[in-house]
Design a protein around this ligand. Structure first.
Ligand code: HEM
Length: 294
């Protein structure tokens, strides 16, 4: 996964200076081909294991099992290559992006304890201390959703979105763009533009609780026909993941110093330069629900 991520996005110098393509500058093509063969072998192994039910009973209700049953009923529509492509797409586009966002959200929460407290109070009042939250509860938690929006605004997992190529001549923001041009959108800068946002560099989920549709200004998932098809799933995963972490544990910084929010060098996704370290302790709900565990 790391190898793929490091070689994806606008990282190939040959895309910017075509003469470099002739010499396979930095052995990029050879490297990508080798990564492709490795990941294909891995995915084929997964598929074969599922087909022969070596994955055990746990995999009976898995996404792969469902895709394989579709392969049986519609073999022409679901050859192995298509199934491997779907699995690869979900792993590549869906896992790193979501985990990077969780880390940015938690980093901002421990740096802003008053926001953390407000989110916890919302969880306690809406879900209570007798039940663990479930995915359907996310819709009852507007402040938690505002925290996710504010994290997507300040730290879009893919700050330059995905590279696009203009299929024809077009005009963008008054600029003439010839066909065949590589286009990158700096969502990071747009979402911190002081002309669009008040106090743009502060972490303030409250801005999404006010009148108006601030969410419409978020472009962390892209917009239009090629926007992220996993945005709905990502919101649910982030809501359930973050909400559960706040419901079950009490979080604080390891010392008085604020958590460093510097960004690391990324491929398509950009995570923190230093992994987040925090302190946590179980909340009373955990003792109630899992009395034997503590
Ligand atoms: C917080 C999590 C996520 C973020 C921030 C994110 C962001 C993005 C962005 C910026 C793009 C490119 C949009 C563009 O080209 O303008 C994209 C594309 C895509 N995303 Fe996501 N994504 C997330 C989660 C997911 C998940 C969970 C899935 C699926 C399981 C997914 C599947 C895809 C796919 C397949 C594309 C390519 C769409 C296309 O090229 O037509 N993403 N995503």
């Amino acid at each position: 996964m790391n190898d793929i991520s490091d070689n994806a996005g606008p990282t190939y110098p040959g895309d910017f200076l075509s003469i470099l393509k002739w010499t396979d500058f930095g052995r990029y093509k050879r490297r990508v081909k080798e990564i492709g063969q490795r990941s294909d072998a891995f995915l084929q192994g997964l598929l074969d294991d599922h087909r022969s039910a070596r994955g055990g009973s746990e995999s009976a209700n898995s996404m792969l099992a469902r895709l394989l049953s579709l392969q049986k009923s519609q073999p022409g529509e679901y050859p192995d290559d298509i199934i491997k492509g779907i699995v690869m797409m979900m792993m590549l586009a869906g896992t790193d992006t979501s985990s990077v966002m969780m880390e940015w959200a938690m980093s901002n929460l421990v740096n802003n304890p008053e926001v953390l407290e407000k989110a916890r109070a919302e969880l306690d009042s809406q879900i209570g201390e007798e039940n663990l939250m479930i995915e359907a509860d996310v819709s009852k938690l507007p402040y938690l959703q505002a925290i996710i929006s504010e994290t997507l605004r300040l730290h879009p997992a893919a700050p330059l979105l995905a590279p696009h190529l203009s299929s024809d001549d077009c005009t963008l923001g008054g600029y003439h763009v010839p066909g065949g041009t590589l286009l990158l959108v700096n969502a990071w800068a747009i979402q911190r533009d002081p002309k669009l946002w008040n106090d743009p560099s502060s972490f303030k989920p409250e801005r999404f609780m006010e009148e108006g549709n601030e969410n419409a200004k978020i472009i962390a998932f892209g917009i239009g026909r090629r926007a992220c098809p996993g945005a709905g799933l990502a919101h649910r995963v982030l809501g359930l993941g973050l909400g559960s972490l706040l419901q079950c544990f009490q979080w604080k910084r390891v010392d008085e110093r604020l958590v460093d929010l510097d960004e690391g060098n990324g491929g398509v996704t950009v995570s923190k330069s230093k992994p987040l370290e925090t302190m946590c302790k179980v909340r009373p709900i955990m003792h109630k629900l899992f009395p034997d565990a503590f």
